[in-house]
Design a protein around this ligand. Structure first.
Ligand SMILES: [Zn+2]
Length: 181
């Protein structure tokens, strides 16, 4: 079992606790991972619930995402590394909708540059695939921006992709290394 123990001091009563946490999550845990319940731990003394962020690996049939962990699994799947919880959450959403994350990062840059023309400076996150549209969340506007699936598909067919080796970080800073038109 991929389980380890970590210590934390209860912020409510100060008790030093040792809890077991899982290092590997899979498809069955997706809801608990996405809503961050996997980070919730209980103080053995006062029962206060604390959120504890820790590294783990998320393994799906088709992909593996390392959340602040080393690439150690020898399997021929898509592999990615993520450093923040928002990043891994977004990756899981993208891969579960069977989309190409490199292209999604590219489209996010495109949306961000379009918003800049209207003096809106905001980070954009992939949210969901609704009917024939890709939905992105514009954080500073608290609104969604929708992109037709056909736009995505056009870029997917026209673009040139470079193979991603090992568990790379694919984000706004790196996606252009792997994609061009
Ligand atoms: Zn406590």
């Amino acid at each position: 079992m991929a389980v380890s123990k970590i210590d934390f001091n209860c912020p409510s009563c100060g008790k030093k606790n040792r809890v077991k946490i899982k290092n590997i999550y899979s498809k069955e845990d997706i809801t608990e991972v996405l809503n961050r319940n996997v980070f919730k731990v209980e103080c053995s003394k006062c029962k206060n619930i604390t959120t504890l962020d820790y590294p783990f690996t998320y393994i799906d049939d088709k992909y593996i995402i390392y959340y602040n962990m080393e690439d150690t699994i020898e399997e021929n799947k898509i592999k990615r590394s993520c450093k923040t919880f928002d990043d891994i959450k977004e990756k899981i959403l993208i891969f579960n909708d069977e989309l190409n994350d490199i292209l999604i990062e590219y489209i996010k840059l495109f949306i961000e540059s379009e918003l800049k023309k209207d003096n809106i400076f905001s980070e954009v996150r992939y949210d969901s695939l609704v009917n024939d549209e890709l939905r992105f969340y514009v954080i500073n506007k608290k609104e969604y921006a929708n992109i037709p699936y056909s736009f995505y598909n056009d870029l997917l067919n026209k673009g040139k992709f470079k193979e991603v080796k090992d568990a790379a970080v694919i984000d706004a800073n790196t996606c252009l290394k792997y994609f061009h038109l």
